[in-house]
Design a protein around this ligand. Sequence first.
Ligand code: GLC
Length: 716
Amino acid sequence: MPFLLSLLSCCLQVAAQNNIATEQKINSLIKKMTLQEKLGMIHANSSFTSNGVARLNIPELVMSDGPHGVRPEHGRDWEKDENVNDSGTYLPTGNTLAATWNPALGYQYGAVLGSEAKWRGKDVILGPGINIIRTPLNGRNFEYLSEDPYLISKMVVGYIQGVQAQGISACVKHFAANNQEILRNSINVEMSERALREIYLPGFKAAVLTGKVNTLMGAYNKFRGQWCTHNKYLINDILKKEWKFDGIVISDWGAVHNTKEALENGTDIEMGSEFTLKSGTDYSKFFLADSAVASVKMDKVKLDKLLDDKVRRILRIMYRTKLAASKKSTGSYATKEHSAVAAKVAEEGIVLLKNNDHFFPIQKKNIKTIAVIGENAARPNAYGGGSSQVKALYEVTPLQGIKNILKGTDVTVSYARGYKIERNAAANDTLIAEAVKAAANADVVIVAGGWVHGYNYNVWNDNAYDAEGFDKPNMDMPFGQNELINAVLKVNPNVAVVLMGGGAIDVSGWDKKVKTIIEAWYPGMEGGNALAKIIFGEINPSGKLPVTFPKHLSESPAHVLGEYPGDSVNVKYSDDIFVGYRYFDTYKVQPQFAFGHGLSYTSFEYKNLQVNYANKATTVTLIIKNTGGTAGAEVVQVYVNEKSPEIKRPEKELKAFAKVMLKAGEEKQIKLTLDENAFQYFSEAKNKWVMKPGRFNILVGSSSADIRLEKGVDVK
Ligand code: GLC
């Protein structure tokens, strides 16, 4: 042990010396720079780059979207780059990754993203997006992770470390409280300090303190009256002072609105202001460009200090990445290994929501014909809803995946479109009639429906409901899908519905009548194969919902307790900390499907729960056993409940989880540790995290609504 300790300490010393050496290099570079050169570095000089200083061998900083794949190239000023090799890996979207509840997979996901960005010559990949899923209607929920800050904190760290291990910077976004697309460029968000600290900040805090993220993106909206990208409280006070963030704050594209505030309140690089300034691509007109800065009344010493800090942060990240002595990987692109990671995330992220009579998995030998119904079964999603679009090397749709897995068998696969994807399109009787005919002649019917993405490169929201810049009008199934499913059920009871998309949709029109329901999100380029393997039992599903699915929008907390989308100026988060299951469990409202819910083809027994509190740590041990006939993975979830809190607290809060792989009949002991902040709440009166010593319940289960074991513990 002593040898290891001495080795560790000398590594830390070397690292510290490197940092000191790097900081000295940076300081000497800054001393040589002119005012113009400093200003050039802190705003865009093209759609996705900020300037370097050629004279001093400081390169440009090259950025690219997006959170689940490197975006197709477009020229330095948004015009389309033709004939570039930009067909790459299209990973499953963020909500699919979150549904795996597998932080190690998050690392692999980030590693693929970083490797492809590296290969494409990017320095910063503009992801992960981690905004809290507050309302099912937010058009960008597909890009984000969860309603729960703890799950986000665990999944975001692996992703960031995976990206940055490739010598590329991740960019955690959008800081903060960008939870709706309606009026995103102007809305002012009001919320309590407790909601901010307990719900909306923890994911970002983990990204900075644990993930060591190199860059962060300021959000479009306002927070408590000030633009997020130059919000004194969020950026200077919390991010840079309290959390000691030493990286770069990059504005969202067009999110800077005020030169003085951007100088003083921590914007380090201004991107995309051509949208707000309507200046075309005249980068000299930007808020942090020469003329605007020259017009600010500020003494030179103060201005220099502010500019030097911004430039220092940019250079610091450059030395950590593209200027690093040890050249990291050159990256690789669109490889089989990368598609294999996309496949793994889809296989572990697809959620089996309902499965009556063991309808799934389907045995190939027991069927002659399978009817696949729904335009979503044959529709590619990679071009997705907005800046997160990817030009996929290929994309296996659900229909193609089912055909692939049945190749060489004598099972017939029939397809019917079932509905027409067109904004506000009603049920189409002709298409329904075709679908009913196919269903009547099939042993098994798979209806692929749910939400839809845009799929044209330039038309993000072409009929899409999951798209940047737009929110859904309601939670109702579009295009007459309810009528379709009920018509099909009339001629065949063996129906499974596969929902695609960014999250909850109102299934109350048929969910009691179908045998099986699967949530497949947007499962990436290998999604169709992953889905088919789950349908036919080659993969045992292990996904768990990272968000609650309300039965109806009218029962969703943002719409019951909170304001949404607010009036045209402000939106008040009076739902406060009661987001997602924190609301449903505390207010005793039955959701359609609970946070953490996901079925398996096998079954698991939870037993021998022990909870011990000793010197500020609480250890939770239990035995989990696979009591079914097939291998499978279970996500064991640990929630904390305070018996008699001094202020209103959620009925339970997720504070630990573990994904456990078990062969049939196998059992394992798992041990999880809760540190003291697992019991704390944020006291506005004392403006800090506090814990009232006393009795807590430790609830262990397979979902927030399926608690299997519970034990009390006295926490000092
Ligand atoms: C967009 C998005 C942001 C994206 C950026 C660059 O408006 O809000 O997520 O990274 O601009 O495309």
